[in-house]
Design a protein around this ligand. Structure first.
Ligand code: TYD
Ligand code: MG
Length: 470
């Protein structure tokens, strides 16, 4: 009997190699090559396809035509509905990634229990038994929901149950890494299995108009386990993030064919599951101490929503050698840039210190608008002068030290006013002249050097920041 041919597939990027190696030459990842059986039949040449050459196989339509907008199913969990782009679209495939134990199964069980009131929902788990899911539903107070459960991992059985005229409207697969297709030899969780299982499930979801929610595990490097190709195959990719030890959970859309990708939903993990946080700014600032140096409140924007968060910095004297840089919740390359601009353009001697930067509450900031708040927190830590407690900060720093306007300043100021802030350190922005009165006194900064006098310790008393008009 001839031996089936095999090859070595990188579990991170999906590249295939003839020989095993310690490092994937495509993505440079270490120890990611796993032996997998080759597909038994090579795909038929498209040139020999029976339909080739026939005219009329492809029907073009005019660009100017219109389709009725896809109907949406609202879960009633407003934070989730907004991140999904206004509810779930029938036939859409949504991948939900996140670290183990972060709350993916909890969120999806809560979601299907809500949706079960209007549509047929099934929850298929390859990880937990039916009893375990029932216990969780009891804990969540949704044990009476009309949701169907199954414990299964064989894609053939799942397809058999879903590919019916009476198909459910919503199906959860928890998780895609536990599913297997029996015609492939590799173990569940390998690239070949994840790809084939997802392909089959997606095909049925499209055919039967099922909203398919796939759970995906995240590797320790922070990407979804299995091939990147999984992210390309689905319509929407959502990540559930949060720091261990913190009770906030952030649901973030990183890809969405049916809505914007910069939205976040904020939840709090409680003894009765995930609860929506309609006003995240208040939650993120709840533990703030107002009289300490090295902290600045950044007025940020997450999607369409303004969110205030505290940026904490510590500049500590470093022992000889390369100083440490530790960043949580922000981009370390961006920190390096802010430090370089402070040093080169504003003459602040900070580069030889150890620098620690932290976004309180476990949030991750991606906006360059946070530059000025980071600079303020750093200067405050260095000088020991606190940023005034009633003051928010935002603005982008350019390499010449100039402070640039950022998007939607009026929304940021409105949110700050709502939370009782009365001042803002911000860039010059002509749009603000026409803005309705927000009750916030602006302190306009054109250049990074103008920030420094605000943090000069004079007679050990903090200098009040003078407000200026636009
Ligand atoms: P889970 O949804 O199982 O995480 P995932 O599917 O992402 O691996 O969440 C498990 C964690 O959530 C676990 O540590 C317990 C906690 N939890 C609560 O705090 N409250 C609850 O009501 C539930 C159901 C779980
Ligand atoms: Mg789970």
């Amino acid at each position: 009997m001839s031996k089936r041919a095999s090859h070595f597939v990188c579990q991170n990027c999906g590249a295939a190699f003839q020989k095993w190696g310690g490092r994937c030459e495509a993505c440079q990842g270490w120890n990611s090559l796993v032996e997998e059986a080759m597909p038994s039949a090579p795909p038929q040449s498209l040139g020999k396809n029976k339909s080739a050459g026939k005219t009329g196989a492809l029907q073009f339509v005019h660009l100017s035509g219109s389709e009725p907008p896809a109907p949406r199913r609202l879960t009633g969990i407003a934070e989730l509905d907004r991140v999904a782009g206004g509810g779930f679209v029938p036939g859409a495939v949504i991948l939900i990634g996140g670290d183990p134990g972060i709350g993916k199964s909890t969120l999806l069980l809560q979601t299907v229990c809500r949706l079960a009131a209007q549509d047929r929902c099934v929850y298929i788990s390859g990880e937990e038994g039916v009893d375990q899911i029932r216990m969780r539903a009891q804990r969540l107070g949704t044990a009476q929901a009309a949701c169907d459960l199954a414990n299964a991992a064989a894609v053939r059985d799942i397809i058999g149950a879903l590919d019916q005229p009476q198909a459910p409207a919503i199906a959860v697969i928890d998780s895609i890494q536990t599913m297997y297709v029996d015609v492939i030899d590799s173990a569940p969780g390998t690239v070949a299995q994840v790809r084939a299982s997802a392909q089959e499930l997606i095909r049925v979801a499209k055919k039967r108009n099922i909203t398919l929610l796939l759970v995906g595990h995240v590797t320790k490097e922070g990407t979804l386990a299995g091939p990147r190709v999984l992210e390309h195959m689905v319509d929407t990719v959502l990540y559930l993030e949060g720091e261990r030890g913190h009770h906030f959970r952030i649901l973030r859309a990183v890809k969405n064919r049916f809505g914007p990708t910069d939205e976040i939903g904020v939840f709090e993990m409680t003894a009765r599951g995930l609860i929506e946080v309609p006003n995240p700014s208040a939650l993120f600032l709840a533990d703030r101490r107002e009289d300490v140096s090295g902290a600045a409140v950044f007025a940020g924007l997450e999607g369409t929503r303004p969110v205030l968060m505290e940026i904490q910095a510590l500049a500590a004297p470093a022992p000889p050698g390369t100083p440490r840089r530790a960043v949580v919740g922000w981009d370390s390359a961006r920190l390096a840039m802010v430090l370089a601009v402070l040093e080169a353009r504003a003459g602040v001697k900070i580069g030889l210190n150890d620098i620690y930067l932290n976004v309180a509450g476990g949030l991750k900031i991606t906006e360059p608008a946070a530059d000025l708040a980071v600079a303020a927190a750093l200067l405050s830590s260095l000088s020991g002068v606190p940023v005034p407690p009633e003051c928010v900060v935002f603005g982008e720093i350019g390499l010449a030290g100039e402070i640039r306007p950022v998007s939607q300043p009026e929304l940021r100021l409105k949110e700050a006013a709502k939370l009782g802030f009365t001042r803002a350190i911000l860039p010059h922005d002509p749009r603000l002249r026409t803005m309705p009165e927000s009750g916030i006194k602006p302190v306009i900064i054109h250049n990074l050097a103008e920030l420094i006098p605000l943090f000069q310790a004079e007679e050990s008393a903090p200098r009040p920041i003078a407000a200026r008009n636009y």
